[in-house]
Design a protein around this ligand. Sequence first.
Ligand SMILES: Cc1cc2nc3c(=O)[nH]c(=O)nc-3n(C[C@H](O)[C@H](O)[C@H](O)COP(=O)(O)O)c2cc1C
Length: 304
Amino acid sequence: MTSDLSVEVGGLELRGPVLAASGTFGYGTEVPLLERRALGAMVSKGIFLKPRAGTAPPRIAETPSGMLNAIGLQGPGVDGLIRDYAPKWAAWDFPVLVNINGESAAEYGELSARLDGVPGVAGFEINISCPNVEQGGMYFGNDPRAAASVTEAVRRRTKLPVWVKLTPMVSDIGIIARAVEAAGADALSAVNTFVGMSMDLNAYQPRLSFRTGGLSGPAIRPLAVHLAHQAARAVDIPVIGVGGIMRAEDALEFLVAGCRAVQVGTATFVNPNAIAEVHDGIAAFMAAKGFASLSELPRYLPRD
Ligand SMILES: Cc1cc2nc3c(=O)[nH]c(=O)nc-3n(C[C@H](O)[C@H](O)[C@H](O)COP(=O)(O)O)c2cc1C
């Protein structure tokens, strides 16, 4: 038996539920063809309007069952993306969403307007884990009003699908999820990295030059499953689960917890074939359990 793994997520028809997470797949151009057949979609590395050099090295530190990164959203800016990457994406057989970033709601809106209608750009994933310069550096993703204002600013400037990538660094993810849903988001990605720190015992200082970094990998998986589940319970739009997925069983945990699809990030660094293996493992599970399509998979979503 072959199960149908296609899925509709926030305005996009995807051939499979396994997506490449932002920042862990570059702009997709380095990826061997082997990986692509199983890709439901790719989310690009985060982009700002202007080119950015990112933070100074060291930018990565290994931790138990995970890694800390502080890349600082290095990137070519919107002009470089339109010139060098979007034309390649336009020829691919899966959609590419651009992970967009800004220092003000207006900047996010401007970025989406510049990319709207560019061939190869299928939609946006708004990264709200950015400091809001107009509000003294408070993260957009920590404040329901700021998160909603960014979502609205993008929603007003594009007809393309708008997904919002939630930060786990909040006391109630449901409040943020509902605020961005009301502001017009088509789907949510849950979650981004957790803020962490690690000390170099020879230098007596943090191992990352930025001091803190985003923790990803299997270390965060149970935290991410819980937050994705809470977000899915709070909204009617689809939630895409992200965080620590290494194998098909991990992805299935997010799907049973109420997610419509998943993203694989850090696993790709360890195993470049991870996305294909997760996809194939989901297919094998579905076939073994006798589910004809993903919509038949039972979801645990109590409303009380
Ligand atoms: C090196 C690296 C760079 C990342 N860059 C971005 C980014 O530009 N934008 C974003 O929204 N998330 C970014 N992320 C977060 C991932 O997309 C993902 O949410 C997180 O790593 C948790 O998933 P994982 O445990 O499968 O890696 C990055 C993660 C890593 C490890």
